[in-house]
Design a protein around this ligand. Sequence first.
Ligand code: UGA
Length: 484
Amino acid sequence: MRIAVVGSGYVGLVSAACFAEIGHNVVSIDNDPDKITALERGEVPIHELHLSELLDRHHNHRLRFSTSLGDSIRDAEAIFITVGTPQSETGEADLSYVESVAREMASALRGQQLVVEKSTVPVNTCDSLRRALVLNGAPSQSFSVASNPEFLREGTAVVDFLYPDRIVIGADDEFSRTVLSKIYAPLANGTYYRQREAIRLHNGVYDRAPIIVTNAKSAELIKHASNAFLAMKISFINAVANISESVGADIQQVCAGIGSDSRIGPKFLNAGIGYGGSCFPKDVQAFRMVSEQCNYEFGLLKEVTKINTEQQRLFVKKVQSALWTLRGKKLGVLGLAFKGETDDVRESPAIAIVNALVKEGATARAYDPAAMRRAADLLPKEGMTFASNPYDAAVGCDALLILTEWREFAALDLERVRRALRHPIVVDGRNLFDPEKASRAGLIYYSIGRPACMPDRSLLTGQEEDYAATSHRIESPLSAGATS
Ligand code: UGA
């Protein structure tokens, strides 16, 4: 089919590349000429597994790029809107980019075309989009509007697109249902997975994508409610982790116990320094605003955000508690991105934590495999340096902090880390290491929701032994005043 994708950000670009991959002719449109020129030259603007491969494979065959919205959508059978919906000052989703696309495309629509909302939007946006198109001159019989929310995670977006848990088709008429079903047919009937060149799933068997057909409003709600639920799961486990740490339990054992209940499931139960990124913080907020507009006080969502912010503050307190005071302390920092395997630093808890620590008078030496360039603009100019590898970040530091769950950090040689550090202290905000291993490597190891771990005494120098002997207990996250 002929598909236009309006907006070449991470959702738009990945969707365009994947639509081409499953056999459609696609034009990816953006109003930023520099972005389009870079894509034309073969540059890939985001750090996304398999994306370069797909762009290489399809660019100038089934995929092209354009800055011209009107010309590009004229022949398209389906036009996907994937522009940003940032948070406005009031917390609501700012739909001005969606509206401006609607205004621009209205005059180019010319019969039997489907406009699909794929950006994360509040419920009722399809209705508003329909109205905006008509108001701006599109004949109402010339188009249909549907919702087809995305569930792509940054870093694994290509695989998430091609091997989805579900595809949600939110359609209010037969035409929309038929067009969207045709578009996703290669995934729904499994023909894509039998192709020799298909992107493969590394583990697991997968033969066809489940399709859920709903009306447009339900599809819009599914997206907001899914993100809010996932954020709630993280805040819930972080709250439990704080209790676990306080009473000397182990949150990972607790999670194994909770997650093996099939009604709960083991995923998204990793305790840490809280969620970040361009989606969860803004979507929880926007969903709360939707509920307010329905005159419903969704207090649970307020609490989800509160616990998340608090989790960062508790981590700063934990570092301080491990080091007694922060002023003048040199801290190694591993990870700046909002999560592992991405260069995205938007709403990254790591950035908020580094800023807070430097504000308290510490200096930081940070390393991130992909996010350092983007992070530099959001970090202090004074008191901050960047390292060339994880061990370099630890050299001469009073403690090493783990702030992002990069796989490469989980594989670090902990003895080498210890040799690089001035004091053998690791404060792990992502629970990447096995406490026993950390202990055997001679580290004083603090993590989230697990007891602090002292080094194997036989590995310590006399001075380190004295230090470890005085470091047994740091303040529990729930000790008096810690959560105020
Ligand atoms: C999220 C959703 O997972 C996607 O389904 C959705 O499509 C996307 O938002 C979106 O709305 O566009 P993403 O923001 O890429 O995807 O990131 P996640 O992998 O969901 O992680 C979000 C944050 O939660 C990260 O900061 C991560 O470190 C944190 N997290 C995740 C935890 O702290 N614990 C966990 O167990 C899982």
